[in-house]
Design a protein around this ligand. Structure first.
Ligand code: ATP
Ligand code: MG
Length: 652
């Protein structure tokens, strides 16, 4: 197969006071592996502790009965103190958050560390006054506004465990999550804004509360965001601004144990039913802060913009906790990339002099579809580093991101990680790693990836491709699936004792760099050859007329599995039989005859999760014509996309 690739060296002069150089990376990585306890003890010094930990790692990953993951177990700290109080002296007037609305006409907000501290204290006091205490679960169902971050930090301040539910979910999905984590309060807003539309958040919460098993929710706190009138139930619903007005701007933080829960977050549900991953206090904060500082090479003057929603782990670790623990300025954006037009991201970068921009391949592909003009009409001269997360990035999209968005100046960190991992595990370091489009590259300090050969079940040494595991533990690792230790152990640790199974398939090249090739469940086996979805899709996306593609397998009498691809064309190109043949020939050329698709279906758009990932599980069912049983589709962003593909399939 075609595994040649272009290389992008570390740009000359990419060096700040904290930049990790290649030499330092090698040394630190070796140190982190040879004496992990010493390494992570040192790393913990970036956090302020009431009581510094003397115990570093305490884990058992090898048997179901004793399974546990603990880090810094005798340490005591408070996350909100680390994100706020400790910055007040030196950075009190620095912007902690810059908020940019969905609607460019609404003025942006700049919230200093001092102001954020006061807001968090007031909200913390208000929550306490309602009887919410340490250990209680609080669901946060909010738009992307400043109060959302305030709510997370207020929970952390009083020791309540937050559960952020993405503001695009419907009532039944809210109810599922609230019940599963046993939340006694919900923090929401009257409405959210998205692409010029209003989203009835409070009405969705009301509908969720009508569902069975929701009696545990005693209070609903509502932020007046758009000012629209909403139904308020006496003794249950409260306007949060009115409660906060009465409270003091000082709030005594809870002294938390490192292993006390910080939050529960449900995975985005690409593969099936979402799981409530439990993250705790000390290890998570150390890991989020350290990865954020090193991988994004944070400098005091940076304006860091992560476009994820705070309802996903990326928003938790790299909008809220990592940046704020590091005293950085974090931009929070309420809108979408395409509203009012496809230039919006780049305009926001110019408006706020964003230096580091972190987004998802799905957004890059969508914007690439619009051509370079919406990008080129902006300056983007403030940018110095780009990042991506969420799916494998097709090399073609990588090159566009690098060449057009970053004007060839900015390195790209392709960060591979999961809700379960708490922070980034595999990524280039911008001052240390030569980038290859499509490669997540090198493991972060303390991370030991392992590849297991699928046929033999044995470990692969050197270059090769197999299922990706991580040996041992790291501080940011999820401690459990909430309320179900056994499910966590059985799904992720049972098969290979001592290693965490990621569910992803991966290739290691001759330089020891890692390339995620797709999810294990999605890998195709064609005539005995295993082919990852990323490779097939990237070959299609490298054709100039293709905007986006998805590849799945289906049962095939001769080959075992055949290849079924879905193709979305760029604007201005028409579907035709000759183009179909051209694309088939293109895939044979790019990868080889083994990659000849058996079916190519045109797809006006692809089914995606609400976080923007292609849901191949559903595409497989359409390919196999077993659409009566689509499984759990509540995490699907737009069900009508599926209906359209099913109709097309039936007609074909
Ligand atoms: P579920 O676990 O419920 O199916 P999910 O896996 O989509 O949902 P997340 O934890 O948000 O939920 O996503 C993690 C997954 O996203 C990874 O396992 C991987 O498949 C993919 N991913 C994330 N970042 C990258 C990246 N840089 N390159 C390739 N794949 C990535
Ligand atoms: Mg997953």
């Amino acid at each position: 197969m075609n595994t040649t690739h272009d290389r992008y060296p570390v740009p000359q002069g990419f060096a700040g006071p904290q930049t990790v150089t290649q030499e330092q990376y090698e040394d630190l990585y070796q140190a982190s592996i040879t004496d992990a306890d010493a390494f992570w003890a040192k790393a913990a010094e970036r956090v302020d502790w009431y009581r510094a930990p003397t115990q570093i790692q305490d884990t058992c990953l090898t048997n179901a009965d004793e399974f546990h993951i603990r880090w810094y177990a005798d340490g005591e700290l408070n996350v909100s103190v680390n994100c706020l109080d400790r910055h007040l002296e030196k950075r009190g007037d620095k912007a902690a958050l810059i908020w940019e609305s969905d609607d460019p006409a609404i003025p942006s907000q700049r919230v200093t560390y001092r102001e954020l501290h006061a807001k968090v204290c007031k909200m913390g006091n208000a929550l306490r006054r309602l009887g919410i205490a340490r250990g209680d679960r609080v669901t946060i169902y909010m738009p992307m506004i400043v109060e959302t971050i305030v709510a997370m930090l207020a929970c952390a301040r009083i020791g309540a465990v937050h559960n952020v539910v993405f503001g695009g979910f419907a009532p039944a999905s809210i109810a599922d999550r609230v019940r599963n984590c046993g939340a006694s309060a919900i923090i929401t807003a009257d409405e959210g804004r998205r692409a010029g539309r209003k989203i009835a958040l409070k009405a969705n919460v009301d509908a969720a509360l009508e569902m069975p098993g929701m009696e545990g929710v005693r209070s609903v706190l509502v932020v007046p965001n758009t000012g629209t009138p909403v139904n308020m139930v006496a003794e249950r619903d409260y306007w949060l601004d009115r409660l906060m007005e009465r409270e003091s701007a000082e709030c005594e933080p809870e002294r938390m144990n490192a292993e006390d829960p910080l939050f529960i977050l449900y995975t985005s549900g690409s593969t099936g039913k979402p799981k409530g991953m439990l993250h705790t206090t000390g290890g998570y904060l150390v890991y989020a802060a350290y990865t954020h500082a090193a991988i994004f090479d944070i400098r005091d003057s940076d304006v860091f913009w992560c476009t994820a929603d705070v309802g996903w782990i990326t928003g938790h670790s790299y909008i809220a906790y990592g940046p704020l623990a590091n005293g950085a300025t974090s931009l929070i954006f309420e809108g979408v990339p395409s509203y009012p037009d496809a230039s919006r991201f780049w305009q926001v970068i110019d408006k706020h002099d964003v230096t580091i921009f972190y987004t998802a391949p799905t957004a890059i592909r969508a914007l690439m579809r619009e051509g370079p003009e919406p990008v080129l009409r902006t300056s983007r001269k403030s940018l110095r580093l780009l990042g991506t997360v969420g799916e494998p990035i097709n090399p073609e999209a990588w090159r566009w991101y690098h060449g057009v968005v970053g004007a060839g100046r900015c390195p790209i960190v392709d960060t591979w990680w999961q809700t379960e991992t708490g922070g980034i595990l595999i990524s280039p370091l911008p001052g240390a790693t030569e980038c290859k489009p499509g490669a997540a590259s090198v493991p972060f300090f303390g991370i030991r990836p392992a590849l297991v050969d699928v046929a033999s079940g044995t470990l692969i040494e050197g270059p090769g491709e197999g299922n990706l595991f991580i040996r041992g533990s790291w501080p940011g690792q999820a401690r459990s699936i909430y309320g179900d230790d056994r499910r966590y152990y059985e799904s992720c640790f049972k098969d290979y004792p001592g290693m965490y199974f990621t569910g992803d398939s991966c290739r290691r090249d001759a330089d020891g760099h890692y390339w995620i090739t797709g999810r294990v469940d999605d890998v195709l086996n064609v005539s005995g050859h295993r082919i990852g979805t990323a490779e097939l899709e990237s070959a299609l996306v490298s054709h100039p007329k293709v905007a986006e593609a998805a590849a799945v397998g289906f049962a095939h009498d001769i080959k075992g599995q055949g290849i079924y691809v879905y193709v979305t064309l760029k604007a201005g190109h028409a579907e035709s039989d000759s183009l179909r043949q051209e694309l088939v020939a293109h895939m044979r050329r790019e990868i080889g005859p083994i990659a000849t698709p058996d079916h190519l279906q045109w797809a006006p758009s692809l089914p995606k999760t609400r976080s923007g990932k292609i849901m191949r599980r559903i595409l497989r069912k359409i390919a196999e014509n077993t659409v009566d049983d689509l499984g759990d589709i509540t995490t699907l962003a737009d069900p009508s996309v599926v209906q359209a593909l099913v109709r097309e399939r039936r007609m074909a």
